[in-house]
Write a protein that binds this ligand. Structure first.
Ligand code: FAD
Length: 448
């Protein structure tokens, strides 16, 4: 039985071990974007992460590849995300397709990028709770290897993916889809090696084998098909195909159950691959996400809220801080099926600055996936390249707010966009004579 008895936490005096202008909590793609951007904008910046490395879902979650957020073959995420890719490439970990990467090298690259921007790092510190002073966060408490520690910033950026900081600070949030509050399913990604890829059936044939195995009851994953990708190693295949539905990633009991269920599915998959799929006879399990992949949980209510109807209308804003054309991509929160709605080839939608600014706390911004949008919009901008750019926008805004001594809600969103342009995020494109998109003169990679 759970939850029937309680204990009292004793009051304690906790040492403030670090202070900074901008404190970023969470070092996934969003946190990387936020921390590097804030530091480049001149803020003393601290990035605090619960694990011993950066990358979040890209590394600890074993998620691969970077999904394309492109228009006419050109990348829309040209800021910190591009720099991260360049660093991964330089260290020999990026495939020529520009999207498949070696996750170990992605860790190294993210850390190098932070250190070279002057970001201070604190690992092995798990955000616990904020100490509030009115509508502001005064300090954040972390559980660490040294016991409880505190850090203090002028402005905080919540990049925990699950909006842990915002939720504990009392911000209102939405959870999952509007009809029943179920979030997209969780997935433990895994890689297998020693695959004779020359003999592998094509995607269609693998899916037919998968369908047969499901019908026969030997595979019990609720997914409708088998999703796999090639990797940086020709004999290694990456699977993004387990599916755990109707579990809340912010509830430790449900999260534990989800980890166990996903690994149960992996055991079934391995036996099926070895026995039924050509080329996999000798395969071995190489890695599983060390944390189950969480697609969706909380979305913080901001001073602006972006809805599906707006992005389907390809909305643009003077303070648009992200351009995105990755499809609406909703894995069924309750079972089989995936809804995929693409945008026109030469088009994108924009996210206004206010989606990063919580309504309820004054010195906090949200970066990465849990921003103020509905379930459908979240399903599009949650992928790693735009998540990194959303973090970058929050980081730039945090640095500006700290420097000016004002709340992020008081910043002019157009000025935040201009600052992002200054960091090279924004390739402002316009239609050329032949309808092709081209970069507007005078924009591109400038310095902060
Ligand atoms: C199964 C799955 C498959 C996906 N497939 C793809 C794909 O193929 N391509 C793609 O581009 N995107 C994909 N995505 C989406 C993408 O990986 C995430 O949406 C993206 O990583 C979000 O970035 P983020 O920084 O907001 O969050 P995260 O990547 O989740 O990073 C959050 C960070 O915060 C840290 N953190 C969390 N809580 C705390 C705390 N309390 N204290 C301290 N630190 C904390 C975490 O350890 C982590 O480092 C997939 C996601 C999942 C789950």
């Amino acid at each position: 039985m759970h939850g029937v008895s309680t204990v009292q936490r004793p009051a304690a005096t906790v040492k403030v071990i670090r202070e900074a202008d901008v404190v970023v909590v969470g070092g996934g793609p969003g946190g990387l974007g936020a921390a590097v951007a804030a530091a480049r904008k001149g803020a003393r910046t601290l990035l605090v992460e619960r694990y011993g490395c950066l990358g979040g879902m890209a590394t600890v979650g074993g998620v691969n590849p970077f999904m394309p957020n492109h228009v006419q073959g050109k990348r829309l995420d040209t800021g910190v995300f591009s720099d991260w890719c360049d660093e991964i490439r330089e260290l020999g970990g990026l495939m020529p397709d520009g999207s498949t990467f070696n996750p170990e090298i992605a860790k190294l690259a993210a850390e190098r990028l932070c250190l070279s921007a002057g970001v201070e790092l604190l690992y092995h510190a798990w955000f616990d709770e904020p100490l509030l002073s009115g509508r502001c966060i005064d300090a954040c408490l972390f559980t660490s290897k040294s016991g409880p520690v505190a850090v203090r910033g002028r402005v905080y950026v919540d990049c925990t993916g699950d909006a842990d900081v915002a939720a504990r600070a009392g911000c209102r949030f939405e959870f999952g889809r509007e009809s029943d509050h179920l979030a997209q399913p969780m997935t433990t990604n895994f890689d297998v090696g020693r695959v004779d890829t020359a003999r592998m059936p094509d995607r269609k044939a693998i899916n037919e084998l998968y369908r047969q195995a499901k019908e026969a009851g030997r595979l019990t994953c609720p997914r409708e098909d088998c999703l796999w990708f090639r990797t940086t190693d020709p004999s290694r295949i990456h699977f993004n195909t387990t599916r755990v539905v109707m579990h809340d990633a912010t509830d430790v009991e449900r999260l534990t159950a989800a980890e166990i269920e996903a690994r149960r599915q992996i055991v079934e998959y391995l036996a099926w691959l070895r026995e039924c799929v050509a080329g996999f006879e000798e395969c071995e399990l190489l890695t599983m996400g060390q944390h189950i992949g969480v697609r969706e949980s909380r979305r913080v209510k901001g001073i602006r809220y972006l809805m599906r109807s707006e992005v389907e209308g390809l909305c643009k804003f003077p303070d648009g801080i992200l351009r995105c054309r990755y499809p609406i991509d909703i894995h069924n929160p309750a079972g089989a099926g995936t809804e995929l709605v693409s945008f026109p080839p030469d088009e994108w939608y924009e996210v206004p600055y206010g989606c990063l600014v919580p309504e309820d706390v004054d010195n906090l911004l949200v970066g990465g996936r849990p921003i103020s949008v509905d379930h459908a919009v979240h399903s599009s901008l949650r992928v790693m390249p735009p998540a990194c750019t959303l973090g970058q926008a929050a980081g730039v805004a945090a640095a500006m707010a700290a420097e000016q001594g004002i709340a992020p809600r008081r910043l002019d969103g157009v000025a935040v966009k201009e600052a992002l342009l200054g960091q090279g995020v924004w390739l402002v494109w316009e239609a050329g004579a032949g309808g092709e998109m081209r970069e507007r003169a005078g924009t591109g990679r400038l310095t902060a």
